[in-house]
Design a protein around this ligand. Structure first.
Ligand code: UDP
Ligand code: MG
Length: 137
């Protein structure tokens, strides 16, 4: 099924100059970029985006991390892209993410409260629709 997902290059990915590499991976895979913009996330937008995490102990540091610089917001499209992009990103913890995945190749753990892992991808059709509306309204 052709579907859309919300992809984000997080502040560490932008700061470390990985935008081109990550966009290359999206395009090399054959997924289509429907829309793309650089922007700064606000406290309010992040609280909505991470609604399932706002009450967790790591949330304040996660919000600081996500506001530490601009992000690249992307709408990607392709057959089963939601699952495909999650596979391309790899595990949440970059230490555990397999080599070959974006997080496995381009990120590592640091001595920080928030886990910096370069990219985001929606985890379901419902999240994808919600996140695209939120970031591209
Ligand atoms: N995160 C964190 N500490 C944790 C779990 C998650 O800092 O213990 C951050 C990390 O940047 C992650 C984001 O919160 O990407 C969202 O967490 P989720 O479990 O949804 O992981 P994802 O869907 O990004 O793989
Ligand atoms: Mg998630």
């Amino acid at each position: 099924m052709v579907e859309q997902t919300f992809i984000m290059i997080k502040p560490d990915g932008v700061k470390r100059g990985k935008v081109g590499e990550i966009i290359n991976r999206i395009e090399n895979k054959g997924y289509r970029i429907i829309s793309l913009k650089m922007m700064s996330a606000t406290e309010d937008l992040l609280a909505k985006h991470y609604e399932e995490h706002v009450d967790k102990p790591f949330y304040p540091e996660l919000a600081n991390y996500m506001m530490s610089g601009p992000v690249i917001a992307i709408i990607g499209e392709g057959t089963n892209i939601i699952e495909g992009w999650r596979n391309m990103m790899g595990a949440t913890n970059p230490t555990l993410a397999q080599p070959g995945t974006i997080r496995g190749d381009l990120a590592r753990e640091w001595d920080t409260e928030a886990m910096m892992n370069v990219v985001h991808g929606s985890d379901s059709k419902t999240s994808a629709e919600r996140e695209i509306k939120l970031w591209f309204s």
